[in-house]
Design a protein around this ligand. Structure first.
Ligand code: NA7
Length: 546
């Protein structure tokens, strides 16, 4: 079956002024959080900036937008009825299909009535005397709450590029992460795309189908693999559904939150070149980001990584007809996988089209945006439309866009000035009763994020239930536990190649942002075990007050 996309939800709710929990965000995290908290009999107010549910899938409507985790796994597991009744149609779901799914979930569990849409949270202030939070919205409304949950998403603060003259351009401007709701027609237009990360890689082939002329402004070439997308067959869907409970269990204990990914045991360096080529070819044909899991040391050792990168480079070169152009599109000075690996459908082949041109802005940098288009050091490209596929202020951006502070003057922005500090990516010392879903220091963006969201939401709701059952009003991460966790997260990351890349994992794409590797690399299964053990031991590392 397919869900009906709900119309405007604006009229459905009036903001409650006094609740047990405020949840910020009505994406996958916020909606499940609401569902669980309601199940505990709590009063909940969800506040969402968009005009409807969906979070990242509400905003990222650009042509070609698609998930890079397979649809049968990129979906909620908490309801057996839900996972049995919903039918995914493609191996990798499109944005519209995911949005239909999340709308279906909102309708099925009657979630919208506790969501205030079209509203941004401006500040959240903890009153140390009363032990409660005051949450203020951009409409000047105030909500008093015991707990705050930031379900604000890791990729929700769109980042325009810091290029001179950005507002001068007279044509149409778009950001992939803030795409209009109405379809955009590029037929007959001269279009520019700045950015060749996942969003650029997905949208470029689609825009090229329409545009008269497409200029792709590339700063860094991208490692991208064919997604191998295809329609799902009824028989395979039924087989997965029959074994769904087992599949979900395996996902939860796996390193990446994806049950179908391999658990490599061999070293790339112990295999012969022929064995490696066979193994990489197998993964290449299979499609998907599991390519970097072909061997256990690809993300750990430079020499092992180079074998995977070399194979991927050869593949890129075979996809682009013009050797000079192929070379420009081939990443040379980055370890494969240290920037998020992209999955594409005909990305490199698109550059074989006559109406598509690559502008290498590393050798000929953009100097400014003009009224007419984009001016590089050697030419001005006159455009009708300009698409920024320039990414996000990832992981911390949306949280820090809210003024979070305590009555004694501690601000989160100040505390995190040199990088985010958390205990388990769930809480941060000094800010009692403030939870984060997939916060920095948790597997988040290195995992199937739905699996990580469910784990966090369940941990948080169990924690609130524990507090309530024991007549406790307050929980806060201790400074010592936080220090140890941050050291542990950094130690794990420093054993990998991730620290070498100018990636959004490192905050390197935002000028002035501290350069810290933000996610937890130890894996979903291991992380879950740690979180569960901490809760089972009476919330070790947390101060709990009556
Ligand atoms: P990404 O992966 O951060 O990619 C952004 C792209 O934009 C990347 O190619 C950047 O080049 C480029 N960029 C960013 N700022 C500029 C400026 N100022 N000038 C030129 N080029 C620029 O964002 P996406 O939206 O594609 O994907 C984010 C995640 O969303 C993705 O990994 C999936 O998980 C879903 P750079 O590489 O920095 O040289």
């Amino acid at each position: 079956m397919s869900g009906q996309t709900h119309g405007s939800s604006e009229e459905l709710t009036a903001l409650k002024s006094n609740v047990d929990v405020v949840v910020v965000g009505a994406g996958f995290a916020g909606l499940y959080m609401l569902y669980r908290l309601r199940g505990l009999g709590l009063q909940v107010q969800v506040i969402e900036a968009g005009s409807d549910v969906g979070g990242t899938w509400f905003w990222n409507r650009y042509p070609g937008a698609r998930c890079d985790v397979e649809s049968m796994e990129y979906s909620y597991s908490f309801s057996e009825e839900l996972q049995q009744e919903w039918d995914w149609t493609e191996r990798y779901a499109t944005q519209p299909e995911i949005l239909r799914y999340i709308n279906h979930v909102a309708d099925r569990f009657d979630l919208r009535r506790d969501v205030q849409f079209n509203t941004r949270v401006r500040s959240a202030i903890f009153n140390e005397a009363t032990g409660r939070w005051t949450v203020t919205t951009d409409k000047g409304q105030i909500v008093n709450t015991q707990f705050c949950v930031m379900a604000t998403g890791c990729l929700s603060a769109a980042k325009p590029p810091e290029i001179k003259g950005r507002d001068l351009f007279k044509g149409s401007t778009y950001h992939t992460g803030l795409w209009p709701h109405e379809p955009v027609d590029f037929t007959g237009k001269t279009v520019g795309v700045i950015g060749t990360g996942s969003s650029g890689v997905q949208t470029i082939p689609e825009v090229a189908k329409q545009a008269h002329q497409l200029f792709v402004f590339q700063r860094t070439p991208t490692f991208s693999l064919p997604a191998g997308n295809r329609p799902l067959k009824e028989a395979e869907v039924q087989e997965i559904k029959q074994n769904y409970i087992d599949l979900r269990k395996r996902a939860k204990v796996s390193p990446t939150g994806v049950a179908s990914y391999p658990l490599p045991t061999l070293s790339a360096l112990e295999a012969t070149p022929q064995e490696r080529d066979l193994a990489y070819e197998f993964r290449w044909q299979a499609g998907g980001t599991a390519y970097t899991r072909t061997y256990k040391d690809i993300m750990l050792l430079a020499a092992a990584n180079e074998t995977a990168a070399d194979f991927a480079r050869r593949k890129i070169q075979s996809r682009v007809k013009n050797p000079e152009l192929a070379e420009k599109l081939t990443p040379r000075d980055i370890y494969i996988g240290t920037k998020r690996l992209c999955l594409d459908t005909q990305y490199f082949e698109t550059f074989n089209k006559d109406n598509v041109s690559l502008v290498d802005i590393r050798s000929t940098p953009i100097q400014e945006i003009t009224e007419a288009g984009v001016k590089t050091s050697v030419a001005e490209y006159k455009l009708d439309a300009l698409i920024y596929a320039t990414g996000f202020d990832a992981i911390t951006g949306a949280i820090l866009n809210i003024d979070i502070r305590t009555s004694s003057g501690l601000t989160l922005a100040e505390k995190w000035r040199a990088g985010p500090l958390t205990y388990l990516g769930l809480m941060t010392a000094g800010f009692p009763n403030l939870f984060m879903v997939t916060g920095p220091g948790s597997p988040s963006v290195l995992s199937n994020v739905i699996v990580s969201i469910e784990q966090h939401v369940e941990w948080i709701s169990d924690c609130i239930q524990h507090l309530t059952a024991n007549s406790c009003a307050q929980i806060e991460a201790t400074q010592a536990a936080e220090n140890n966790w941050v050291a542990h997260v950094n130690q794990l990351a420093s054993a990998t190649l991730f620290l070498n890349a100018n990636s959004w994992y490192m905050g390197a794409n935002v000028p002035g942002k501290p350069r810290v590797f933000m996610p937890y690399v130890g894996g979903v299964g291991r992380y879950r075990e740690e979180c569960t053990a901490i809760a089972n031991n009476g919330y070790t590392g947390f101060d709990i007050k009556k």
